[in-house]
Ligand binder design. Structure first.
Ligand code: OGA
Ligand code: MN
Length: 198
C-alpha cells in the first residue's frame, strides 16, 4: 500500500502539473476495486454521466458517454480502503505542496465499447474547488490497440496514456486540458478530485 508516496509525484506536479504513477496500490486492491465496479455495474447502479454542476447538470452524449457511480463510505471494504488511501494522499500533498486540500470525491467510471469523453478541463464555470484530478485504471488485460487512451493536451506535446491496471494519473484540474479517446473494449476506472472548500 502507498504508505510512502514517491517523491517524483510531488516534483512532477510542481514542475509540469501532471504525474503518472504505476503500481501505486497493491494488485489485490486493484483487483477488488475492478470486481466491485463490475458488480455495481451488473446491478445497474451506474448512471449516464453528465456535464456541469447542480442546476447546470445535463447529460450530453456528444460530450461524454461513460457511466458513473459516486463512491460513498460503507459501499464496500475495497472502496473504503481506496477512500482512506486517497485521504492519505491528500494529507501528503498538503504537507509537501501546501495545497490546502480538504476533501476528495471519487466515482467509478465505465466506458462501454465506443464511449469517449471529449476535450475538457475538470473545472466547473461556477466552482473552483477541484484542485487535483486523479484517475486510477482498473483494466487488467488492456492491450495496445484497445483505444480509450487518456490524451493530455500539454503546452509542448500531446500525450496519450494507456489505461492499464494500477496506473494512477494525477494532474492539476485547472491547467490540463484532456480527453478520453473512443475505447474498443469496456474500460473501467476510478476518477476523483482532491478539493479545497468553496
Ligand atoms: C473525467 C476524465 C479521464 C479518464 O472523468 O473527467 O477526464 O482517463 N477521465 O478516465
Ligand atoms: Mn476530466
Amino acid at each position: 500500500m502507498s504508505t510512502t508516496c514517491p517523491s517524483s509525484l510531488f516534483a512532477d506536479l510542481a514542475e509540469k502539473s501532471w504525474s503518472i504513477q504505476d503500481g501505486f496500490f497493491t494488485p489485490t486492491l486493484i483487483q477488488q476495486l475492478a470486481e466491485e465496479c463490475q458488480r455495481q455495474q451488473d446491478q445497474g447502479l451506474l448512471r449516464e454521466a453528465g456535464v456541469g454542476r447542480a442546476e447546470q447538470f445535463t447529460v450530453k452524449k456528444t460530450q461524454r458517454s461513460d457511466q458513473i457511480l459516486w463512491l460513498e463510505n460503507g459501499m464496500s471494504a475495497s472502496t473504503d480502503l481506496y477512500l482512506a488511501e486517497m485521504d492519505k494522499l491528500r494529507r501528503r500533498l498538503n504537507e509537501h505542496c501546501f495545497l490546502g486540500l480538504q476533501e476528495s470525491e471519487n466515482h467509478f467510471a465505465v466506458y462501454p465499447h465506443g464511449a469517449f469523453y471529449r476535450k475538457h478541463l475538470d473545472r466547473f464555470r461556477d466552482d473552483d474547488s477541484r484542485i487535483i484530478s486523479s484517475v486510477l485504471y482498473l483494466n487488467s488485460d488492456w492491450k495496445a490497440g484497445h483505444g480509450g487512451e487518456l490524451r493530455l493536451h500539454l503546452a509542448d506535446q500531446v500525450l496519450d496514456i494507456e489505461p492499464v491496471a494500477n496506473r494512477l494519473v494525477l494532474f492539476i484540474s485547472a491547467e490540463i486540458w484532456h480527453e478520453v479517446l473512443p475505447t474498443e473494449v469496456e474500460r473501467l476506472s476510478l476518477t476523483g478530485w482532491l478539493k479545497q472548500r468553496k
